[in-house]
Ligand binder design. Structure first.
Ligand SMILES: *Cc1c(COP(=O)(O)O)cnc(C)c1O
Length: 402
């Protein structure tokens, strides 16, 4: 079967795919086309324990044998249990389950607007988000996303979003006007280039929001579920959200979104105000219960150790000028050359890495082994040296010609 040609003929060509057909998960990552890959991408922060984790597979299969789906007009054990775990481990009060990050953010936006509408009436519907943010691909979450490249083709977008530059307290203070119901931000901007927000900025944001009864909404779709070395990133940043969304790694490889609501908004969404056919599906929730149980303090400590190891090794590479991010959410700035070119060369040599804007981006599985870290870093080191050397040689030729 010519998989690539079928794709080109029958699938909407929205993705710039890498030239590889992946067929199965392996302990180090993936296999396909007769090749094995070490995975430093986790399917974009989704495969929390890699693509072949025995415990995760068992949890999913056991639930599939019991009950795979029922409507949300019935109670199920995996969903109730997961909601309890999420609330007790975050201090937030209630959960709404959906199927993706964009949906989790849609719910957060609905909560924010309804909270304000219930309390203050109309004309307090504006949501402030940050430039360079990414909040999803639905028409409303594209509006929320603070990148002009996403604000084309699909007009009219949902009104009521204002974007301010990250880490600029003065700009934030003047944007949080009387018509604003919420500030939504990612603790570390992922798609926007692995940019960490300053601790004093986050503290100021929390205070400004609290003083003005503006909801602080954290988009932890990517930073959540152990990725940054704590269960959720806010837990190491000294802030407490009113609403938090998460998805990606939550179910470790199955689609599940969650919107967590704090005290102020725990009663905001009543009967009939929101819903989802698949949201909180028993198999996805059983998978997430397994993920959360495994992400205990000891495991999260290992994530932080691995993160420190990655940073140390990457900063020792001569072609690397800076390493950004938090935990195992890593952005690598190159001295010269193109990040996407580096990613392509890594793939040819059996290593999957991602990019974010002009950075090489790593989101390895949280249980990545020492051997796979070393083998992957060796490939990455060679590729970065090569890409930087070629780019510098080219620059020299160009200069000598002028
Ligand atoms: C990936 C991502 C989303 C969108 O998630 P989908 O599951 O693709 O809808 C939203 N916010 C952030 C921060 C993300 O990284």
């Amino acid at each position: 079967m010519d998989i690539k040609n079928l794709d080109h003929s029958y699938i909407a060509q929205t993705y710039g795919r890498y030239d590889a057909v992946l067929t199965e998960g392996t302990d180090a990552g993936f296999a396909g086309d007769g090749k094995a890959y070490i995975d430093f991408g986790s399917g974009i922060a989704v495969n929390t324990f890699g693509a072949n984790d025995a415990g995760w597979i068992e949890a999913v299969c056991a639930q599939a044998h019991k009950l795979s789906h029922t409507s949300n007009y019935f109670y199920t054990e995996p969903q109730s249990k997961l909601a309890e775990a999420l609330c007790t481990r975050t201090g937030l009060k209630r959960v709404f389950f959906s199927n993706s990050g964009a949906e989790a953010n849609e719910c957060a936006i609905k909560v924010a607007r309804k909270y304000s509408h219930d309390k203050y009436g109309e004309s307090r519907a504006t949501i402030v988000t940050l430039q360079g943010s990414f909040h999803g691909r639905t028409v409303t979450t594209l509006s929320a996303t603070g990148q002009d490249v996403f604000h084309t083709d699909f007009m009219p977008f949902t009104p009521g979003f204002v974007h301010v530059p990250p880490n600029d307290i003065a700009a934030l203070e003047s944007a949080l006007t009387a018509d604003v119901c919420a500030l939504m931000l990612e603790p570390v901007q992922g798609e926007g280039g692995v940019i960490t927000l300053d601790a004093d900025y986050l503290a100021a944001a929390q205070k400004l929001c609290a003083d003005r009864d503006i909801l602080l909404v954290l988009d932890e779709v990517q930073t959540g579920n152990g990725r940054t070395g704590t269960l959720y990133a806010f837990q190491q940043l000294g802030i407490m959200p009113d609403v938090m969304s998460t998805a990606k790694g939550l179910a470790g490889g199955l689609p599940l979104g969650a919107t967590l609501m704090g005290e102020k908004v725990e009663e905001t969404l009543g009967k009939g105000k929101h819903g989802s056919t698949f949201g909180g599906n028993p198999i996805c929730c059983a998978a997430a219960n397994y993920v959360l149980e495994r992400l205990d303090d000891a495991f999260l400590g290992e994530v932080r150790d691995k993160a420190a190891y990655f940073r140390e090794k990457l900063l020792a590479m001569p072609g690397v000028t800076a390493v950004s991010g938090l935990g195992l959410m890593i952005g690598i700035s190159l001295k010269a050359g193109d990040a996407h070119d580096a990613a392509l060369r890594c793939l040819t040599r059996g290593l999957i890495v991602l990019t974010a804007k002009d950075k090489v981006r790593l989101l390895p599985p949280l249980n990545v082994s020492r051997a796979d870290m070393d083998a992957g870093l060796a490939i990455l080191g060679e590729v970065i040296a090569e890409v930087v050397a070629e780019a510098e040689a080219q620059k020299e030729t160009e200069q000598s010609q002028t």
